[in-house]
Design a protein around this ligand. Sequence first.
Ligand code: PAF
Length: 290
Amino acid sequence: MIQHLTSPQAAQRWCKKIRKQHKTIGYVATMGALHPGHISLIDRARAENDVSIASIFVNPLQFNKAKDLEKYPRDEASDIKQLEIAGVTAVFTGTPEAFLGEARNKTTQELTDPGIYAKGLEGAHRPGHFAGVREVVSRLFSFVGPCRSYFGEKDYQQVQIIRQLAETLPGIEIIPCPTLRECSGLARSSRNLRLSEQGKHQAGIIFSAMQAANALWESGVRTPRLLQSAMLGVLNEGKIELEYAELRDPINWTGKQPESDLKQARVFVAGNIEGVRLIDNMALSAGNQA
Ligand code: PAF
């Protein structure tokens, strides 16, 4: 039976005991609305550690629009059930006061700067979002003290910001995990719950666009503008309200798309279908399917 710890402070005490037994802790942070992507993170946390723990907390600091926070799907009982079926040792939940303390009253400008990977793309379209993510994750890590923590690569900028945060915290390894996709290629996300079947099918265009860029990359093209055009050619044919379709050098991150040819590249897309905001990304490489 899963252990439900009803505050982060209770989780902190529980994790301290586990660490005293010299057991390894694998941690998955979530905002609930669990889907198979989360369960794949849990599976890895279980496989690679003695004990696994998850958290469910919808962090108000990372929503730059009050309406998005309001609309965020919440069903704690069903999420805990799913975690139990997935075999997690423990889960913790709690109030914004318990998770965030005084930080819950701060503006995102008052929080720690999340660093270079917050520049551009999601950082530009969701001002303050990454400062809110960094704040909560640094608190979550201080409660759990995990050996390993697992994050989905769908949120690529988030993973890089958390990886940089973990470099300042000894003993925590960040494990980026591949994006899980539906048959249409649509990346699994809690937001997909709000799409109709038709919408999910239409959203497959995001994956097709990224594949078009990858096909060009495989043929030897390295110029960001040309690779971007391949994506736009596909996206312009679909029913997506596009926010961006751009490339970045994942190692030498820049706020804007680079102009000169790239040695390594990742494509990033964000857009709205049926009023649901979807994001995705993919590394460009020979033989890439994901
Ligand atoms: O990816 C998420 O679900 C959230 O951003 C996280 C990492 C749980 C922080 O609230």
